[in-house]
Design a protein around this ligand. Sequence first.
Ligand SMILES: *Cc1c(COP(=O)(O)O)cnc(C)c1O
Ligand SMILES: [Zn+2]
Length: 409
Amino acid sequence: MAFSYVTHLSCSKCSRAYCPDAVHHLCSCGAPLLVNYDVRKLAKILKPNDLLKRNHDLWRYHELLPIRSPKNVVSLGEGMTPLVPMKKLGAEIGISHLYMKDEGMAPTGTFKARGAAVGVSKAKELGIKGLVMPTNGNAGAAWSLYSSRAGIQSVIIMPEGAPSMIRSEVTSTDTHLFLVNGVISDAGKIAAKAATDFRLYDVSTLKEPYRIEGKKTMGFEIAEQLLWETPDVILYPAGGGVGLIAIYKAFKELQELGWINSTKMPRFVAVQAEGCAPIVKAWKNKKGESEFWPDSRTVAFGINVPKALGDFLVLQAIYETNGCALDVKDKEILKEQKNIIRKEGAFVCPEGAAAFLAARKLRDSGWIEEDERVIIINTGMGLKYMNKEFMDLPVLQPGESIDSLPVMQ
Ligand SMILES: *Cc1c(COP(=O)(O)O)cnc(C)c1O
Ligand SMILES: [Zn+2]
């Protein structure tokens, strides 16, 4: 039995095929490449129960990942994050089956570890010695750590405004970190030039076909954790939207495998911030692609992406599943984040909080029904964002006592 059932890469727009054993970025038509597998053949020999004895990480799905040889796997144990029931919050919002897929539990504190694990492993398999990546922060942190583990040199370019903790995550490795006085698209242009100038492997979102495969495992896990039942709604805080495209791809592959209902798809919801909502705008206007969003800004910096290369794939996933796209206000995101932490003890990140807030709004409008099974992707750990409002504390002197406390119940 092969370790991977990868067959070829194919263009997401024109379907042109490429070999997965050579370095490729975009199709000659400019669109991203997606990885294909011989799912039919795999369906004959692999059954859901075969997974039960495997490790609790994303490599349990190695047949549907692009790495040919297990010796190239670079892993920190990523994957199999918990699917946490959110009963109190669900009761407050009016959704009786509300779950959080908690990606804050991943190495490096965000789901970016999944993309990095698979992307870096494949880079190693392809013989890459150095790579360059533009990032809002979390992807850069993940790729720099996984690159260190793989012995691959990395150059990361991120906006000056990225949280300082994420910067230090990168500078704690031997990665070359550059800051840019701009947004991720500015970093992208610098990265593209550096890639040619210094012969580096450009791993910008979707310019490299393998990161999405790592993110895809979130979809496999959700299905496995629900005992191969399909949820009704999945809400995702979308920047580049890769995670959403990836989870949709996972569900399609599981249908082809015959492991889940072949007619039911979850409705996908792309959640963005009011200060950067190009996909929401395109969806509202029934467009197939988004337009560049000028002066983008939001506290949920992981979703500050003014124009995504894969926007048309995100929109396709939404249209094909009768999903929707929704934007939410920064102020309300922070309020919801605090509410979730206080009510459920879950230290979600602002991006995750945005998705919870969207669920609340969609329940209020009736788009989500009370008894539907709803999954929120909490993409990262709230601890990575040093929020000033959580740090304003009284300081006692040694020997001093506590004057008063509100009555505890
Ligand atoms: C990168 C990131 C996102 C957005 O992910 P995409 O798949 O690129 O849309 C959301 N939340 C956090 C915390 C992130 O780091
Ligand atoms: Zn093409």
